[in-house]
Ligand binder design. Structure first.
Ligand code: SF4
Length: 496
């Protein structure tokens, strides 16, 4: 087993030769966790609606999926307008003085977290394509990662297509654009037959709206309606709630929904009938908001059940159970319900720190251990504590957490992760580190227990994860190294 410091150095070194590597900033993030992977929102209405403001509400509900940049495209009277910039939804759109300019029949939006391409402005979404008169004719917003983007990009470049960004999402845009003479549905179908990997997409032409999802439905995409003339597609159902839409159903793997000329309502077309559903298990464990419903399953319910299940799997005598905010808290409540051990909300999270908080040196990182999480010492001093977290990635946060608890004078620490050990990276739209930096890929449970310095350590088993999710129809790639689509090259390709 490699020394952990060496792991970290090796991992950082790989970025030194690659100026625009995807995780450069996140590697420096002192708060170890897998990171979100973009939120998308789209709305189409035959009514006269303020689609621009509604899109802001939708994106605001999806802010947890990406905080680096955001944007909205609006279709109005046969024209498409686009606004996008670095920053949070509330910041990017606050300077818009004349929102009525952007009210139209249709709007799509995106909150960005970089999982492919670099962090420059040309990679912000929605992406758009223009005609020879400099008018936008197509715009899309994408969540996911293509595993064959590099290869397709080279093919398209050889045909004379000029790329303006380094993100895999532009490959989807250019393929649809290239095939538009097949009609919108035909262009999307041709694109889906070429691209591989994870993709949930919303988009528009100058008179049509569409949304589609990859053949395994790896990233979520839900469909809702405000009335019989107004439809919404979004990464999570919380975005439907934010605009007053009712959840209708999830868009199916391999399905295109679209508007067609001279017909009201949305149409549906299945590019393939034999798709095997494999939504990302981590959406339930960590990424999605607890108030979201994905594939008809409430996320909070899954998290609570995970706490109950790990109590069954690894019971322990203790005085209190605490959860690591935010996603560890419902699991801790579930553990408490099942065990009878009181749940105490004694870890206080600083909500203003943001995920992109960068600390320049190891020394400063050591000094700020309690900046994000701070305990109520009087509640835990001298107690036997069960601490529940959603996962252990690099192990750095868990180690800091244990130090915080020990400094506060706890008597025993029993650590429970309500996901199985993460042993492999994600190629399908989630920002996880390479295998070298994943602590469970390099230590067994006992070695990790000793490294963390806890009295006991347990991970939710794969079998139990499948039981609480109710099926095996999920992607479990980062726990099993078996992905629904071949892993392909690293998603951090760049042509810079
Ligand atoms: S590899 Fe892991 S994080 Fe990536 S899609 Fe699969 S389950 Fe989700």
């Amino acid at each position: 087993m490699k020394d952990l410091r060496q792991h970290r150095e090796d991992y950082l070194n790989q970025f030194k030769e690659r100026p625009y590597g995807r995780n450069l900033l996140k590697t420096e993030d002192p708060f170890d966790a897998p990171s979100e992977e973009c939120g998308i929102f789209g709305l189409y209405s035959d009514n006269d609606l303020d689609t621009f403001s509604l899109s802001q509400f939708g994106l605001f509900a999806l802010q947890h999926r990406g905080q680096e940049a955001c944007g909205i495209s609006v279709m109005k009277n046969g024209k498409i307008f686009n606004i996008k910039d670095e920053g949070l939804v509330l910041d990017v759109f606050k300077e818009i003085r004349n929102p009525e300019t952007f009210m139209g029949n249709s709007a799509i939006g995106h909150t960005r977290y970089t999982t492919a391409g670099d962090k420059k402005k040309y990679n912000f979404q929605p992406f758009f394509a223009k005609n020879e008169y400099d008018q936008i004719i197509l715009s899309i917003a994408h969540n996911g990662n293509l595993t064959n983007a590099d290869e397709l990009k080279k093919e398209l470049e050889a045909e004379g297509v000029v790329f303006k960004a380094t993100s895999d999402s532009e490959v989807i845009l250019r393929l649809i654009q290239k095939n538009l003479d097949l009609g919108l549905r035909g262009a999307i179908k041709a694109t889906m037959e070429k691209i591989k990997g994870a993709y949930s997409v919303v988009g528009m032409t100058r008179n049509k709206f569409f949304a589609f999802r990859d053949f395994h439905g790896i990233r979520p995409l839900v469909l809702g309606a405000i009335d019989e003339k107004t439809f919404v597609a979004a990464s999570e159902s919380v975005a439907l709630d934010a605009v007053g839409a009712q959840y209708v159903r999830d868009i199916l793997p391999g399905e295109i929904v679209y508007t067609s000329e001279n017909e009201t309502g949305l149409k549906s077309f299945l590019v393939r009938e034999d798709c095997e559903k494999r939504i990302c298990a981590f959406e339930y464990i960590y990424f999605a908001r607890p108030d979201s419903i994905l594939e008809n399953i409430n996320v909070h319910e899954i998290r609570e059940k995970s706490g109950m299940k790990i109590w069954e799997q690894a019971p322990v005598e203790a005085d209190i159970v605490i959860g690591v905010p935010d996603s560890g808290v419902p699991a801790a409540i579930g553990f408490s319900i099942a065990s009878g051990i009181p749940f105490r909300p004694v870890l206080i999270k600083n909500r203003y720190i943001g995920r992109s908080f960068i600390v320049p040196s190891q020394e400063m990182r050591e000094r700020i251990v309690n900046l994000k999480l701070n305990p109520i010492v009087s509640e835990i001093k001298g107690k036997r504590v069960v601490i529940i977290d959603d996962s252990i990635v690099r192990g750095t946060t868990s180690k800091r957490l244990v130090k915080i608890l020990k400094d506060a004078g706890v008597k025993e620490i029993h650590f429970r992760s309500v996901s199985p050990p993460i042993i492999a990276p994600c190629y399908l739209g989630i920002d996880t580190p390479s295998k070298d930096a994943l602590i469970s890929a390099n230590m067994n449970v006992e070695e990790l227990r000793q490294y963390l310095g806890v009295d006991s350590l347990e991970f939710l088993s794969m079998d139990n994860l499948k039981i609480i999710l109710g099926s095996s129809n999920h992607c479990f790639g980062c726990f099993t190294e078996e992905y629904p689509v071949p892993a392909g090259p690293s998603p951090d390709y760049t042509d810079e």
